[in-house]
Design a protein around this ligand. Sequence first.
Ligand code: FES
Length: 150
Amino acid sequence: MPSLNVNGKKIDFAAQPDTSLLWVLREHLGLTGTKFGCGAGMCGACTIHIDGEATFACQMLAEDAVGTEITTIEGLSPDGTHPLQKAWIAEQTPQCGYCQSGQIMRAAALLNSTPNPSRAEIVDWMAANICRCGTYPRIIRAIERASKEA
Ligand code: FES
């Protein structure tokens, strides 16, 4: 049985070879913070980290993730106090909330590589993630806040 390294834990899983990583995370492992949005790599709701890089979980086969380090929103911080999570609360960023874990995971990858991004860099980087509620101004403010506090 193959195993995945998810949020620092080795987890065995059994799935058909064509099963996406998103489905294994949500349905097999119960990590439902990662959302199914479009299923076509177009919206970013399923964004996770693979070896620290922002990745659409719906576009990756689970078997291709074997041997990588996978981080989901549940593993971003042990207690929900990542600077982005605190900034998201301070800026009251979500509306319906559906896209927000993906937004935070994409933002976290940005701050890992660019701790003090410009507004233009934030806007450019976050363009891969859609928010149908239009919370973009608050997302940008939250990332700016987190970049100052990290
Ligand atoms: Fe509703 Fe982004 S908060 S889709």
